[in-house]
Structure formats: C-alpha cells, structure tokens
Design a protein around this ligand. Structure first.
Ligand code: MSP
Length: 602
C-alpha cells in the first residue's frame, strides 16, 4: 500500500497566530486565559500550516459511530451497523479492499454514571457492554474488520498525540465556561434550542447548569475553510438536504467549544494537566484513525493514518452530524490531516414518532428480533423499509408482511418450486448451460437492466431502492414461471418437456443472480440459495459482483435437495383461523417461526 505525505504550504500563516485567535472568539460567556503550557511543535511543520494527505491505493475505509456503552445496544444502534455492513459487503463484491471500522465510545460522565448505577466500576461496565455489542454484531452477521474501544491504550496514545498537534498549531486555549449541559448528548446546548425548563429536545431531560474552567478548541478559526470545503465538495455531506443544514450552521457563525472536563475523572487526562480529562467527542472521533493502527506497532498518529486514512465514508445518525461535519473536519485541519470523503447522516428509527433510544427507554431489542425472526429478516426489513437518509417507524405487522412477501414468497418459494420440478423431472440436474438456455430470451435482458439498477443504487447508498431492484428480479422470475407453466409443459412431453427443462435453468439462474445481488443485505440467505444450487462454501465466498452476470449455472450441475431457504413467519391466530390472516393486526404473543409450506412440484 503506497503511502505519501504531502506538505502543501498554504497562505494561511495568519491561522497560526494566537493573537488572531484571541480576537475571534468573544462569545459573551467566555473569559479567556492564556495557555499555561505549550507542547513541542511538530518539527515537520516548520511553522507553516501543513496539509498532510495519505493515499491508500484501493482501500475503502468506512466507519459506524463508536457506540456509547451506557447501555446495551438497541435496534437504533444496530441500524447504522447493518447499513454499514451492507455497504462494506457491496464494496468487497466490487473487489475493493475494505476496512470496516466500528467500536465503542467508553469515556465520559454518562458512562461513569451508568457504571455507578449498575454498582460496577467503569472499567468492568465497559468490558461488559462492549462485549454485548460484539455479540450482537456476530448475531447480525456484521463483517467488521476493526473494533476500536476508546479505552484501548493505543487509542489513548493517539488522542494525546492529536491533542498535542492541535495545541502546537495554536488552536487550544483556556477559558471559563458557563452553560447548560445535556449529559446524554454529552454536549453544551444553546438556550434557544432547548424546550421548556431547559429540557434537551432529544432526551427530554433538563440540562444541568455548569461553570468550569476548560480548554477550548478554536473552531471559529476554521469558519472560512469549512465554508470553502462544503462549497467545493457538495458530496462531503449526504444526503444533500443535510448539507444545507450543515452549511447554515457554519454560516450562522462557529463558536469555539470546550474540549476538556474538570469534573470528569473517567477519561483521558489532558497532556500536562492531570486535573482535566479530554472531552468525549475530542477523544472518540479519533477512534476512526486509531482503529487503523497496526496492532504490532507502537501507536502513532501518522502511522495509523497511513493505513487507510482518509475514510471514504462516515456513516452516522443525523443527531451527530454537527460533530462529524463541522467539529471533526476542523479538528483534522488543525492537526494537518486529510478530511474524510463523505459523511452520510441517516435518519432515526422511531417509535410513536419519537427517536428510539437508550435514554428515552423506548427501544426495540435487536436480540429479541433476531431470535424471533432471524438475522436476514431483520437486516432486510430495516434496509428495505426505511429509505436510507430518512426516518422510519417500526411496526411488527409490517415487518412480518414484508419479509414473508419478499423473502419467503418471491425469492424462497420461487427457488423451492423450481428445484421441486427439477427433482421430479430432471433428477435435480441442469440440462444445459444457462447462457444457452437463455438465447433470445427477454428475461435475461430485463434482469441485466435490473442488476445495473441495483448496482447504481448500492453505489449511491440508496439501500432500499437496491433491495427493490433485486425484488423486481424475483418478480420477473415469478412471472416467467407462471407464464411458461413448466409443470404442464413437462406433462406434454417431447419438445415441450425439453423447453420446460430449459425454463427451469433460466429460473434458477435468475435466483442465483438474486443471491449475489442481495448478498450485501442478506448474506446468510444468499449462502443458503447458493448451497441449494450446488455450490460449495468456498465458491460462494469467492463470489464477486461480476457473478451477477448471466451465465453462472452450467449444464450437468447437480442441485441440492429442495429445502425451504426462508422460514415463513406465522402466528397462532393465523393457524387457528386460516383465511382471515391477511392484513390483520398480529399479536406478538404466540408468534412462531414455521417452516414454509412450500409447494414442491407445483
Ligand atoms: N458515542 C457517540 C458517537 C461517537 S462517534 C465518534 C454516540 N453514540 S450513540 O450510541 O449515542 O449513538 C450511536 C449512533 O446510533 C448514532 O449515529 C445515532 O444516531 C444512532 N442511533 C441511536 N438511536 C437511533 C435511532 N433510534 N435510530 C437510528 N439511529 C440511532 O452518539
């Protein structure tokens, strides 16, 4: 992997002048003090503003937020990670070297308070909850490459080094601050954004009034650079309506923010001032870089950055957009590091219109969902149902209807019926190559177009539309099956029977293509399809997006015994009262997974 460091001298000497800084941030609540110490400036800088960029060949680094460990994960946290996993798997299918980073954010007041409430030490509490995340990621088939914990010693070393670089750049100063703090957001709030009784609009709890002497980051210095970055790189913040939001924050004037806490012990001490710890965000954001650090090497900021930075994509929820699209780029500029290429802010999973969250206690248990409905169903439902970027409300009835209709019927049943016919009429063996079977067949052309559509949607992170395009392939396959009615052609015998045998090859090739095109979203369902089509695990693992091209199945290939690949979700009320089930409210009690009553041989 080639690593290059550019130090481009810019006409930004004024940025380095601390006197310039003191003129800028004159918010009424600050009383500014000169810094008591300076760390050794980075010798590479030579006193000039330096932009260090790394090139990392074909690496595609994508990140989820690092999750707070105040409580175990809920469906809202799982949502970002499922989406990130689908994107990572898609990029891998394209042949990219993907580094998929996730992890846990373990410092700060909120975590210390959660540990105390559990009668535990912060250390033990973090170990426990961090492990709960790892277990859930396993249950959800999350294929992360790096899991960073902000209590890892390599992370701490990199945060301190980053702090020192920012300090050496003249961007940290001491001041008194008085303001209203939301512990759940871990953020000082502007009075005008609060509800009655100074309640945080996200957590609906009153903010605390705080007065402290803190270290501040000179965000205001970066106002112009940020404006330019956003204007020149409209893709930096996605979806585009979130870019407008970020631009208006920046335009309305950036205020310096406090990056230390005097009253919080559970954190990384400020270098040279042990009486304060680093503010959780100034700590956690660095996890995106420290995660890249090589386990074997001494932790070092630039070494870590040379292993894949800048990230291609930060995937986050809309509530933490300001930190990622305003604070983080300014911090990186100050430290002379490249900016991530894109920050995508998705919407919220809501319950009764309110953000589902640990603090509000209105969460949906991902473990329970996985246990009840299976991993593929959970992954598919949230990616298909919620337009990526917007909000989405969860309903169990809708969940069941969607996964039954799409995964059990459109895809699962199509495969099962076809394999049943093949078993009955062709000894489960394909009579001809799928390319030969499809000569002059319109279905093939239609599928190629739909595959291109799915590809485009995955590239644009339109995950729901990508699922829709794949489902259209399934619908086309079902229509073909119904129109051709191979079961009756087989009964006619002779050339009609030969044509029916070819039809089965065509339909199975269609399902094979669905397996690859839906693999980013439903990896284990895709494997079960491949297994039924007679492929080995190694062959499946070697699949690429190129395998969505028509022509994979070959004559003579023997299929496995037909076996339902997706269990239809039934409920007892339905069993008791067959026929009246469609569209009625499903009660969660008494629900069970039941093997689909697949019609083998139609
Ligand atoms: N620790 C910070 C992130 C630091 S990143 C350097 C944090 N943690 S969090 O656990 O509170 O949230 C993590 C992510 O989960 C955020 O992107 C947030 O938007 C997302 N979600 C939490 N609840 C959610 C929903 N109800 N719906 C969708 N995503 C939600 O913020």
């Amino acid at each position: 992997m080639a690593t290059r460091m550019n130090c481009s001298v810019q006409n930004t000497l004024s940025l380095l002048n601390p006197s310039h800084l003191s003129l800028r941030h004159r918010a009424s609540r600050f009383s500014h003090r000169p810094l008591r110490f300076y760390s050794t400036p980075n010798p590479n800088r030579g006193g000039l503003f330096c932009t260090c960029s790394t090139t990392n060949g074909e690496s595609f680094v994508l990140t989820t937020p690092l999750y707070y460990v105040n409580a175990p994960p809920h469906m809202g946290s799982a949502y970002t990670t499922i989406a990130a996993d689908a994107i990572a798997r898609f990029q891998r299918l394209l042949g990219k070297k993907v580094i998929f980073v996730t992890g846990t954010d373990e410092h700060g007041e909120k975590i210390a308070a959660a540990a105390m409430a559990q009668g535990s030490t912060p250390h033990d509490h973090c170990n426990l909850i961090s492990q709960a995340y790892k277990t859930l990621w396993k249950d959800l088939d999350i294929s992360y490459d790096k899991f960073i914990r902000t209590t890892d010693s390599k992370h701490e070393a990199i945060v301190k080094e980053f702090y020192s670089r920012v300090l050496a750049n003249g961007d940290i100063y001491q001041a008194d601050y008085e303001g209203l703090y939301c512990v759940n957001c871990e953020e000082y709030k502007d009075e005008k954004e609060l509800l009655e009784n100074n309640c945080c609009p996200v957590h609906l709890k009153p903010c605390d009034s705080r007065k402290e002497e803190n270290y501040f980051f000179a965000l205001s210095k970066y106002q112009k650079s940020l404006e330019e970055t956003l204007n020149k790189n409209p893709n930096f913040v996605q979806p585009s309506f979130r870019l407008n939001e970020v631009q208006s924050w920046v335009k309305s004037g950036l205020r310096d923010f406090s990056i230390s806490r005097a009253s919080v012990d559970w954190g990384i001490p400020i270098p040279n001032d042990k009486s304060q710890t680093i503010y959780v965000w100034f700590d956690a954001l660095l996890g995106y870089i420290s995660a890249l650090s090589d386990e074997q090497e001494q932790p070092d900021l630039l070494n870590a950055a040379s292993s894949g930075w800048p990230a291609a994509l930060h995937l986050i929820g809309k509530d933490i957009l300001r930190f990622h699209a305003v604070y983080w780029p300014a911090m990186l500029m100050s430290a002379g590091l490249s900016l991530p290429k894109m920050v995508f802010g998705h919407g919220f999973l809501t319950k009764d219109g309110m953000k589902m969250g640990k603090s509000l206690g209105n969460t949906l248990e991902p473990n329970e969902l996985v246990h009840k409905f299976g991993t593929d169903a959970v992954r598919y439902f949230f990616l298909r149902e919620v337009e990526f970027g917007g909000d989405g409300d969860y309903s169990e009835e809708r969940f069941i209807n969607i996964v039954n209709a799409h995964l059990a019927n459109t895809i699962g049943n199509l495969l099962n019926r076809t394999l049943g016919l093949l078993k009955k009429n062709c000894q489960s063996t394909l009579v001809v190559d799928s390319t030969i079977a499809a000569v002059g067949n319109e279905l093939k052309d239609n599928i190629e177009k739909l595959v291109d559509k799915a590809h485009m949607h995955y590239e644009n992170l339109s995950l729901s539309s990508a699922c829709e395009a794949v489902l259209e392939i399934g619908n086309a396959g079902n229509c073909y099956m119904d129109e051709r009615a191979p079961w009756s052609l087989f009964k006619q015998g002779g050339t009609a029977s030969e044509a029916a045998a070819k039809d089965l090859v065509i339909i199975l090739e269609t399902v094979r293509i669905i397996a690859i095109a839906l693999l980013p979203v439903t990896p284990s369902l895709s494997w079960r399809i491949y297994e039924q089509l007679g492929y080995s695990r190694d062959q499946f693992d070697a699949a690429t997006w190129g395998d969505t091209k028509w022509g994979g199945l070959k004559g003579g290939q023997v299929m496995a015994q037909p076996k339902p690949i997706f269990a239809r979700i039934e409920n007892q009320t339905e069993d008791e009262d067959k026929g009246a089930a469609v569209g009625k409210t499903v009660k969660s009690k008494g629900k069970k997974m039941k093997q689909a009553q697949q019609v083998a041989g139609a």
